[in-house]
Design a protein around this ligand. Structure first.
Ligand code: CTP
Length: 218
C-alpha cells in the first residue's frame, strides 16, 4: 500500500469557496477544511507529492504539501482542471459553492427604499469540479469524492459516485453527532465503484483520513 502511494502525485481540494456579492459581502458555507487537510497530511506522510487547492481556511499547511490558495468555485475549477492531467489521483474534499452571484457589484450594495426593502440576488450555477475531472479521467487515475448529506444519504452518495465518474465516495451525514463541519471527528462510510461499502465508527478526522487512504489502489 505505502509503496503505491509513495511518489504518486495527488491533488486534494479542501475548505469552502467564497462567492463575492460586492466588495464587502460574499456567499459561503461552514466548511473548515479539516478533513481535506488531514487527507493531504496523510498522503504527504506516506510519500505522495501533494498539491492542496484550498479555499479560505484558518489552518496550517501540512508538512511537505504544496498549497495553492483560491477563493471562488471558478478559481478552484481553473487550478484543478489545469493540474489534473499531471496527477495520479485527486481527492475532492472542498465544499464548493453550487451557485455564485450572476453579477458582482463593483460597489457596496446599499439598502433599498423603505417601500421596497427586499433585495433579490440572481445566482448562476458554478461548474462541478469533481464531475469535470471525472469526464477527463484517464485509466489509472484515481478520483475520490465526498458527499455530505442530511437525508437519503446512501442513495445520494451512490448517485454522486456514478454521476461524477468517481472511483470512491466518502459519505458523512450531518445527522450523525460528531460528524460534519468544524469538529475534529467524523463518521464515514466509503463506497467504491466496484460496489463495496465500508462503514467506520466515529473517529478523529486524522484516523478517518488514514482509513480513506488505506483504501486507495486496493
Ligand atoms: N464538488 C465539486 N465541485 C462542485 C460541487 C461539488 O468538486 N461545484 C465535489 C465535492 O468536493 C465533493 C462532491 O463533488 O467531492 C460532492 O459534493 P456535494 O456538494 O455533496 O454534491 P453536489 O454535486 O454539489 O450535490 P448537492 O449539492 O445537490 O448535494
Amino acid at each position: 500500500m505505502q509503496t503505491r502511494i509513495a511518489g504518486c502525485k495527488f491533488l486534494v481540494t479542501a475548505g469552502p469557496t467564497i462567492e463575492r456579492i460586492d466588495p464587502v459581502r460574499f456567499i459561503s458555507n461552514h466548511s473548515t477544511g479539516k478533513m481535506g487537510y488531514a487527507i493531504a497530511a496523510e498522503l504527504a506522510a506516506r510519500g505522495a507529492v501533494v498539491t492542496l487547492v484550498s479555499g479560505p481556511v484558518a489552518l496550517e499547511t501540512p508538512a511537505g504539501v504544496r498549497r495553492v490558495d483560491v477563493e471562488s468555485a471558478g478559481e478552484m475549477w481553473r487550478e484543478c482542471t489545469e493540474l489534473w492531467p499531471q496527477m495520479d489521483g485527486a481527492v475532492m474534499c472542498a465544499a464548493v459553492a453550487d451557485y455564485t452571484p450572476a453579477e458582482v457589484s463593483p460597489v457596496k450594495i446599499k439598502k433599498g427604499p423603505e417601500a421596497s426593502p427586499d433585495l433579490i440576488l440572481t445566482l448562476k450555477p458554478t461548474k462541478d469540479i469533481a464531475a469535470g475531472l471525472g469526464r477527463t479521467k484517464r485509466p489509472g487515475q484515481l478520483l475520490v469524492g465526498f458527499a455530505l448529506e442530511t437525508d437519503n444519504e446512501e442513495v445520494n452518495a451512490l448517485d454522486k459516485l456514478r454521476r461524477k465518474n468517481l472511483d470512491m465516495i466518502v459519505l458523512n451525514s450531518l445527522r450523525d453527532a460528531g460528524a460534519g463541519f468544524g469538529g475534529d471527528t467524523n463518521r464515514i462510510t466509503v463506497f467504491t465503484s466496484a460496489g463495496t461499502k465500508t462503514a467506520y465508527p466515529l473517529e478523529s478526522k486524522t484516523a478517518a483520513a488514514a482509513h480513506i487512504v488505506d483504501m486507495f489502489f486496493e
